[in-house]
Every structure is written in structure tokens, then in C-alpha cells.
Design a protein around this ligand. Structure first.
Ligand code: CA
Length: 225
């Protein structure tokens, strides 16, 4: 049974979501404020955390950052606010997805299923290390190195690097990368891929050497040497 932590202070909303999720055979626990939610999020293992933005105690963004500093548990942010800035803040704080209220419960369920499926695929693909020339990824520790030097990557940059390292010398379209790294997500478009490829190159490439990730104009990117 998949476990879901729901951090939501509005009792009727929390109760409604709990009933629907329970009906879909998820095990649900509710926390009704920021500190309580954070405590449960860190103390136990969850398949997905549903996190309201406006919470008493500490708000959802801060809860998200604090969870993310310690654990990779998937987080879907639920919020009454729906501006581009709020979405960006939500995703920047480490949330995996963002769903503005009011939402159809079917949409929430669909997004939960997608996240769980993605986690399961990641689990299946899991091998202890990946290597490409001077780059190595320790999949268990989630550590990336060039020769012996540790490279700090954000979660998305790491996901993007994995997509390339699992497909060396194969051209990956921006759509494919978007799908692999961001998954089902209505808020991003393929330009995001270009931005993150740039971030990633800045971190993994050495100045004066050709980039590990080369642009295939009009198509996408390829990791080659
Ligand atoms: Ca609230």
C-alpha cells in the first residue's frame, strides 16, 4: 500500500482528499500545520507528500525546502494561489509538481500515479554506478564526480545528467528530455530543457574542453566525447 502524507490545514479539504485517496487504496495521514507536517515528513517514509502552501506555523515553501534539504520524497504542492511566480517559487523550493486549487480530484490522482510510476521506474533502472569518460554517478549516494572531484547538482540537473548518462551517444530530443526529467507537468515547456542543459554544462564541463553535451540543432542534445 502506497503511503501519502497530506499537509493541509483546511479540515474539510483534508477530509475530502483523505476519503478520495483512501478509496483509491492509498494509506493517508494528515498533518494540519507546517511543523507537524515537517516532523512527519522527516520521521517516516512516504511515497508522495501533498503539501498545502498556506499553513499555520511555517508555510508550505519553507516546509518543502526543509524536507528537500534532507530527503528526496516526491512533493506535490497544492495551493489556492496560481500566479507564474508562485509556481516558480514552488518548483524552485524543490516541489516535483504544482496543482492550483480548486482542482478536480481526478487530476490530483493522475499526478500522484505519474509520480509513483516515475519513482518505480527510477528504482528499476537503479544500478550502483554509471560512468562516461571522466564522469561517474553513484546512484545510491546520488553523487556525481568528474575524476575524483565532487560536483554539486540540483535535483533537476541530476535528473537531466542521468538521462544523458543512461543514453550515451544517442540524440535525445528536448521533448524526450522533458518527459524523462520533468514527467507529466503542465507548467514547463521545452525551453526549460535548454536552460537546464546550460546549467549542467557549466557544472560538468571543463573550460577549454569540448562540452560533454553537444547540441544537435533543431533536434535536441547528445552526450558524446
Ligand atoms: Ca491552507
Amino acid at each position: 500500500m502506497k503511503k501519502i502524507l497530506l499537509i493541509e490545514d483546511e479540515r474539510s479539504m483534508a477530509r475530502f482528499i483523505e476519503l478520495e485517496l483512501t478509496h483509491e487504496s492509498f494509506a493517508v495521514q494528515i498533518a494540519s500545520d507546517g511543523y507537524g507536517g515537517l516532523d512527519l515528513a522527516l520521521r517516516d517514509e512516504w511515497d508522495v507528500i501533498l503539501l498545502d502552501l498556506m499553513l499555520p506555523g511555517i508555510d508550505g515553501l519553507e516546509v518543502c525546502r526543509r524536507i528537500r534539504a534532507i530527503k528526496p520524497t516526491p512533493i506535490i504542492m497544492l495551493t489556492a494561489r496560481d500566479s507564474v511566480t508562485d509556481r516558480v517559487h514552488g518548483l524552485d523550493s524543490g516541489a516535483d509538481d504544482y496543482l492550483p486549487k480548486p482542482f478536480a480530484i481526478e487530476e490530483l490522482l493522475a499526478r500522484i500515479r505519474v509520480i509513483i510510476r516515475r519513482q518505480e521506474l527510477l528504482g528499476e533502472e537503479k544500478r550502483s554506478t554509471l560512468a562516461f569518460h571522466e564522469l561517474t554517478v553513484d546512484l545510491d549516494a546520488m553523487e556525481v564526480r568528474r575524476r575524483e572531484q565532487l560536483i554539486e547538482l540540483t535535483k533537476r540537473e541530476y535528473g537531466l545528467l542521468l538521462a544523458f548518462m543512461q543514453n550515451p551517444n544517442r540524440v535525445l530530443s528536448r521533448e524526450t528530455l522533458l518527459d524523462k526529467v520533468w514527467g507529466y507537468e503542465s507548467v514547463v515547456d521545452t525551453n526549460v530543457v535548454d536552460v537546464y542543459v546550460r546549467y549542467l554544462r557549466n557544472k560538468i564541463d571543463e573550460s577549454g574542453e569540448p562540452s560533454y553535451i553537444q547540441t544537435q540543432r533543431g533536434i535536441g542534445y547528445v552526450m558524446k566525447r
